[in-house]
Design a protein around this ligand. Sequence first.
Ligand SMILES: *[C@@H]1O[C@H](CO)[C@@H](O)[C@H](O)[C@H]1NC(C)=O
Ligand SMILES: *[C@@H]1O[C@H](CO)[C@@H](O)[C@H](O)[C@H]1NC(C)=O
Length: 753
Amino acid sequence: MHACLVLAWLGAVVAAAMAVTLGGEAPVWGTYRPQVYVGMRPRIPDAVLSGLAYFGTRSLADIQHLRHTTKDDHGVRYYRYTHHDGRTFGRQEIVDDFLNYHLEISFVLSGAHPDAQQAGSWAIRVRGTVLNDELPAKVSLIYYLGRESSNAHLAYELGKHGEPTVVGSHPALGAFRLRFGDDGTETHYAGLKIPEDRVWDVHDPLLETFTERANTFHQRGAQLGQLPPATLLQLNDVVEDQATLFALQRSFTGNFTLDIFLDGEPHGSHLDAEQLTVALAQRREAYEDEFRAKFPLRDYADDDVTIARELTAQIVGGIGYYAGSSLVDRRHVSDAGLVLHEPSKAQPTREPARELLTATPSRSFFPRGFYWDEGFHEAHIAVWDPALAIELFASWTRLIDDDGWVAREQILGSEARSRVPEEFQVQFPQFANPPALIMGLDAYLSELPQEDTVGGVGGQAPFVLQNSSHVNLATLYEPWRRHYEWFRRTQRGQIQQWDRTATSKREGYRWRGRSTTHVLTSGLDDYPRAATPHVGELHLDLHAWMGAFARAMHRFAQRLGLVDDAREYARHYQAIQANLYDLHWSEDEGMFCDASVDDDDESYFECHRGYVSLFPLLMELLDPDAPALGKTLEMMRDEQQLWSPHGLRSLSKQHPLYGTDEDYWRSAIWIPINYLALRALHRYAALDGPYQADAHALYTELRQNIVRTVLDEYKRTGYTWEQYDAATGAGRRNRPFAGWTSMVVLIMAEKYP
Ligand SMILES: *[C@@H]1O[C@H](CO)[C@@H](O)[C@H](O)[C@H]1NC(C)=O
Ligand SMILES: *[C@@H]1O[C@H](CO)[C@@H](O)[C@H](O)[C@H]1NC(C)=O
């Protein structure tokens, strides 16, 4: 047969073997451990997990730079997904200058065979290319499977050709076998006994294993310095009694390819190297086509489109599954909520185990669920794959407790907890966070073809998408109503107590849990507020969020045909809009402000030009002909205030606190807020009114500034960043930050759900 024909034929065979129902439920196995460079696990609690650890073997000292969890590793220039569909295919690059390797790591996943009681199969290919041929390049790779509980069974077993493999089973996964591709290279193995709740942490156990091995050689009189490092940094080919972690190892010099297969048994995909090559090439091409179709970016150069694709792959590749208990301090505090328990004096109790499928802000620095970030994440993911986005949204919805509260940081289980400093581990049920998560639902609804929405009177009709995600919108509604009411009840502000006149006696809001310098709950941490916390404070940003929340709930209720509820939300919305002017508009300053209460018990405006002042615009609470809209646009465009060539500054350049102290939300440019600004400008530019032309001009210019800033820094540094310097446009703080910073792609594609 002609080579092309062979490939085409193989392609068809492979496509059949790897068939999955796209648009359905997210697969059981996935790269749901974004906190490690490479790792697959099922989204099932107390099952198994797997991952890759690797290190140089040029000298024994190389072991000090064992690569496993994603952190600021010495010598790693960057690591990033270039492709990831969130389901069955992904490709990652790691440029490791210290190890002298460029690593290309791809995976494909296949659904379960219809006749098999198993969760599918997958394959990972690691291709190592030496960066500099003049320098030594020797590397060893270990792939492990660990069991998290005795529900899972793992054992070492010789494979068909007498090669080391690991077999396993779990009630929800069926039986499976882990093997390396057959390339004639020697495979070593080990079974280590590690506590089940620590199998995610292979770093220390591996180092101990190698140290013991060196000791054994030493005791036998060997000169360690004369042995090849790869001989010492080698698994012992021994399985310990009651082993919980099983590992396979191969070592290479120069360029190499390592294929890692997990076959569902007995009817797994059982791919060989050639079939894997074909499957990866096909998936890659299909992914690139699909991206171009979903994100039309005709006005951009090819390299910019490539970056947009990579950023989408990175937010999708950042999806993780977490399960376990969290720490919550449920002691009662007074309703005023000013004197809250200090985190350092927390008395947490361990909550029952929960699970969460979520995108993550940063694989290295924040590999866990963050409530307000997640709304932005889902807006992006919904454009790529609405069914996946609604699954994440549903997973978060299941965390809303009986009271209506959901913790703003989700630190579930010991692996997640290991990445959080102790003082931030405890959550408090009085604390909120911007209700941005509702954007996940909004984005999903707006991406959904109209005919797919089955509303049904009274919300009775199930909402089913292509026989798929099993997400029934009606079942999400009650928790969300509870959550909404929790906000209205617990974050309520005082109006009459301070003789404030307002259309509604009800609609005023205050973040609970602030300190003199920080309102962590607002998400805007050190943004300036009243210098002395006061129970009479009213927070503009929360007021605006609550308006947007009421509007989103209105849309949700309408979608389900809940007429009375929809009417109630509409009333809330109108009252919030009216009170926005009554409680927060300072005629003297010509801007919206926080309010507080002074020593004479008089209410006054607390005004700080910056992101907070923009919130009525960001949440689109202003009428297109409102003079307040004109004033807000002026402040925005003022180069002495918020406008910079790189985007909107978080605080006015004229503010006495600009760039001071922690300088977190006191100067830098943040992409999610700029996204909200662009979304609002885009809408106001489409509405008739005296500010339409201004909105359009600002939109065009701001969009250009943001896109150039993020893309140029990606080209320069290989990463997206948590924030950008207002003076230089340089990335600041944590990276990669492929959570909400990746929303630059929506800005490029002008997707504003
Ligand atoms: C390693 O692979 C790269 C890329 O394919 C190639 O350019 C280089 O010559 C290879 N090095 C060796 C020693 O084969
Ligand atoms: C739809 O889902 C049901 C239940 O999960 C399953 O039995 C059925 O095979 C699915 N149908 C299709 C066409 O995938």
